[in-house]
Design a protein around this ligand. Structure first.
Ligand SMILES: Cc1cc2nc3c(=O)[nH]c(=O)nc-3n(C[C@H](O)[C@H](O)[C@H](O)COP(=O)(O)OP(=O)(O)OC[C@H]3O[C@@H](n4cnc5c(N)ncnc54)[C@H](O)[C@@H]3O)c2cc1C
Length: 567
């Protein structure tokens, strides 16, 4: 059922087996997976069905270096459905190497392996509506009706593969898509309910609760649950933990000062020119799998090559020329430039960058549109029918340069670094919670990863005779940080590990410090891999749901701490 916190009288104490905070991809997945479990589940969500500026305001904070990180209230959405109300829907699993401890990658190594997540990926793919779990061209296109065309003909490399795929969700807004199912279920979804504080009873009992909840109009109530799951996103999880003192007084789960550290995103940028005029064929667009899902191939640095080069995980895509530079002469790209005022900030930032404004540039783009009318009209018609009006949206603009000269888009693993961190500032939000302060940093290992991978790609393109990849090696660091941290991927701030001195949760996503608090979301990833995180967030949430119903045995935990037992 779906309830509103405004209808719950102040001072009420709700009882539950499990209280989940946050109805984004992670929280909604957990709630769906537990709807038939027999557990009494409460799902607290700060927002409602629509965007509300006062709710979104709760996400504002400060940023140490605004050139390197976006404002704290951008690239995340505080409403039912969370950031899936805005995401791009690109799905792919983590790779086996991402879980390994690698000598060259500091702080690497998960306490679980890909095998532990694999049983949940197919279901995660289904929840994300990304079709079947088939992430190679051979798996996704086994039939002659959808032949597998090579990305770059005659590019045969031991260093880069071209057969792995990205698959695209609709993109599915988890709130919109699963609202009706949750409304019919036993799960009590409570909107406009902000979890503010998780008191720790004492170090002996190792139990937390009851959770203190507030509304923006001043109501306060509590939820006394046997267990709690924080599914509030990779920036809000550490904020919530740090806002509750825990045993140490330094934050719940923070006795060893790890909460909020190791904050990662991905390293992404667009660089150079890939001239593929020597290839027998080039296919850089989308394929549609038999189940109707858009899929796209990319160049992926193979695991052994990563080990040989001491580089992190890395993929690259063939990309169109830079949009703001009208010199490309392409009507489609210029139409996109002219559409800039209606493109959301989160997408405009990378599409346009610090594009030169001014009437001269605008006129040059308008000229491109006019002189390229047939192409532009064809594109706009396709965009209207396959994106604007379609339930499953065409994922992005694909422009094929006639001369087969592309730019290169890369997306790479960021190394965990203890000094890249999220802390609390001294200012408070409307609920009285200390706001977030973000100090995202990259390291020499990150520059090394991208530098080595690009050099290896240039070498392989030349060696195979398919063409030439030219770029200025001196530009690599500037390009990979041009737009700062890759927005929307908030990773590692409550990392998983066996050692409480260097991690916040164990391999079951349970706080080292408490027996009844679990974390769902990318905050628990110890390393980022190259993969966009949401599919793995959903798979981990399914794994956690299984654990909560079985091995965690939460109904056998002592009676939930209540307000009277903690007074
Ligand atoms: C522009 C953009 C594009 C993206 N594209 C992709 C992509 O292509 N592929 C991909 O894998 N990922 C993408 N992402 C990232 C993706 O959106 C996130 O990984 C995913 O939404 C995270 O899910 P989550 O449930 O962990 O957190 P969130 O979606 O952030 O959900 C957290 C929920 O918690 C609620 N909440 C917060 N604080 C409280 C509180 N105190 N009490 C109660 N509720 C609270 C919030 O309102 C929210 O509903 C993109 C993100 C953005 C912004």
């Amino acid at each position: 059922m779906i309830l509103d916190a405004h209808d719950i009288p102040s001072g009420t104490e709700l009882q539950a087996d499990l209280c989940i905070a946050g109805a984004g991809a992670a929280g909604i997945t957990l709630a769906l997976a537990l709807e038939a479990s027999g557990l009494d589940v409460v799902l607290l969500e700060s927002g409602g069905e629509a965007p509300e500026p006062a709710v979104q305001q709760l996400y504002t904070g400060t940023v140490e270096d605004t050139r390197l990180h976006h404002p704290a209230d951008s690239y995340r959405v505080r409403r039912f459905g969370g950031s899936t109300t805005l995401w791009g829907g690109r799905c792919m699993p983590l790779d086996a190497i991402d879980f390994e401890r690698r000598d060259y990658m500091p702080h690497s190594g998960w306490p679980i392996g890909l095998d532990d997540l694999m049983p949940w990926y197919a279901q995660a793919n289904a929840l994300c509506e990304a079709g079947e779990f088939a992430y190679t061209a051979e798996q996704a296109f086994p039939r002659a009706s959808a032949p597998s065309r090579p990305m770059i003909g005659n590019f045969d490399s031991d260093v880069f593969s071209t057969n792995t795929l990205e698959r695209f969700s609709c993109p599915t807004d988890f709130g919109n898509r699963y609202r009706a199912r949750l409304a019919k279920s036993r799960v009590r979804v409570i909107q406009h309910a902000n979890l503010c504080h998780l008191p720790m009873q004492d170090a002996q009992t190792r139990l937390v609760g009851p959770a203190q909840v507030k509304t923006l109009d001043g109501k306060t109530f509590t939820v006394a649950a046997r267990a709690y799951v924080l599914a509030t996103g990779g920036l809000e999880v550490p904020r919530l933990l740090l806002n509750s003192p825990g045993v140490s007084g330094r934050g719940l789960g923070n006795a060893h000062d790890v909460v909020g550290r190791y904050y990662m995103s991905h390293l992404a940028g667009t660089i150079g020119t890939v001239d593929l005029s020597g290839a027998t064929s080039v296919w850089h667009g989308y394929d549609v799998s038999d189940d109707g899902t858009y899929c796209r191939r990319r160049l992926a640095l193979r695991p052994q090559a990563q080990r040989d080069l001491h580089a992190g995980n890395f993929i690259a895509r063939l990309h169109h020329p830079r949009i703001p530079d009208a010199g490309h002469g392409n009507g489609i790209l210029s139409a996109l430039y002219l559409a800039r005022p209606i493109v959301p900030y989160e997408y405009a930032k990378r599409l346009y960058g610090d594009a030169p404004g001014g009437i001269g540039n605008w006129l040059a783009h308008a000229r491109n549109v006019i002189t390229d009318v047939p192409n532009t009209v064809r594109f706009l018609a396709h965009w209207a029918t396959h994106r604007t009006l379609a339930a499953r949206k065409f994922p992005s603009v694909i422009v094929r340069p006639a001369n087969l000269r592309f730019s290169l888009d890369f997306h790479a693993e960021q190394a965990p670094c203890e000094n890249s961190r999220v802390t609390l500032s001294d200012t408070r939000d409307a609920l009285g919670m200390r706001r977030i302060h973000i100090d995202w940093r990259y390291t020499p290992q990150d520059v090394f990863t991208v530098t080595r991978a690009l050099a290896a790609l240039a070498q392989e393109i030349a060696r195979t005779g398919v063409g030439r990849f030219s770029y200025d090696a001196a530009d690599v660091e500037a390009e990979m940080t041009r737009y700062g941290a890759y927005g929307g991927h908030h990773i590692g701030t409550a990392r998983m590990g066996d050692d409480p001195r260097s991690s916040v949760v164990n391999g079951d996503a349970r706080l080292h410090e408490a027996d009844n608090v679990f974390i769902a979301g990318a905050a628990v990833f110890p390393t980022s891999g190259q993969a966009n995180p949401t599919l793995s967030i959903v798979a981990l949430a399914l794994r956690l749901a299984h654990h909560l119903q079985g091995p965690a045995n939460i109904t056998a935990l002592p009676a939930p701490p209540t307000s009277s037992s903690t007074n």
